[in-house]
Design a protein around this ligand. Structure first.
Ligand code: GLP
Length: 245
């Protein structure tokens, strides 16, 4: 694994955005796996700024989002559809028909999972997958205990994940109980993983990811087996300890 540490979240975001833009310049038809959550928002902001300065062209890229809540429609401000639209898509020239996000409102969620895998098969493989890290080691919404062989599937969110995401909702009871997520196997098929880790609360999880035994009880440990992982972590995660020898 290639690990870059930065002093600030801003630096983390800038370096991540630059890495993604370099990849797009090398391959304008890049297939990018996108993540939601707070961590990648700074990177999205830099990408938008660079687009506005005519430094990058998103017209030929394809994107796949990792996950979406069940029962939250696209118009809901808390949907990951709205998140992506507001943070990135509406500001850049990506073609809407080339942006894929699972739909958690479909009458048959099982069919939607299969359909998403078919899309990944058709337009994939993902060239670069952006990932955040859950405090309990989840990636996407693959909670502890998820099979490493899993593909896009429906998950019940753990209380800790629901708590962590409650800050985005007006009322704790509004936090969805289920989500659709790309599976661990689907994520591992990306050619490259770019994992962004920010904040004191992710310290333990990053340590476990790097040094823990590879186990389904901490999904992110599977990344130790991926041939091409780049981690960008800010100082808050790394200071005062010896994660990086
Ligand atoms: N489904 C998302 C994940 O994709 C994300 O990586 C994680 C961490 O989020 P944050 O970056 O806000 O800490 O939260 C959510 O559960």
């Amino acid at each position: 694994m290639d690990i870059i540490t930065t002093f600030t979240y801003e630096d983390l975001s800038r370096i991540a955005a630059k890495h993604v833009m370099d990849k797009i310049r090398q391959n304008p038809k890049l297939v990018i796996g996108l993540a939601t959550g707070s961590t990648p928002t700074g990177m999205y902001q830099f990408l938008v700024e660079e687009y506005q300065n005519n430094k990058v062209d998103f017209n030929q890229i394809t994107t796949f989002n990792l996950d979406e809540y069940v029962g939250i429609d696209k118009q809901n401000p808390n949907s990951y559809f709205s998140f992506m639209k507001n943070k990135l898509f509406k500001h850049i020239n990506v073609r809407p028909e080339q942006t894929f996000i699972p739909d958690g409102t479909k009458p048959s969620l099982e069919k939607e999972c299969l359909h998403y895998e078919q899309l990944l098969g058709k337009f994939g493989p993902v060239d670069i997958q952006i990932l955040g890290l859950g405090e309990n080691g989840h990636i996407g919404f693959n909670e502890p205990g998820t099979s490493f062989k899993s593909r896009t599937h429906i998950v019940e969110l753990t209380p800790s994940t629901r708590n962590a995401n409650a800050r985005f909702f007006q009322n704790d009871l509004d936090v969805p109980t289920h989500a659709i997520t790309m599976g661990i196997q689907s994520i591992m098929e990306a050619k490259e993983i770019l994992l962004l880790v920010s904040g004191e609360n992710k310290k333990k999880a990053l340590h476990q990811l790097l040094y823990g035994e590879i186990s389904e009880s901490f999904p992110a440990t599977i990344l130790q087996n991926h041939p091409c992982v780049k981690i960008i972590a800010d100082n808050e995660v790394l200071h005062n300890n010896s994660i990086i020898a």
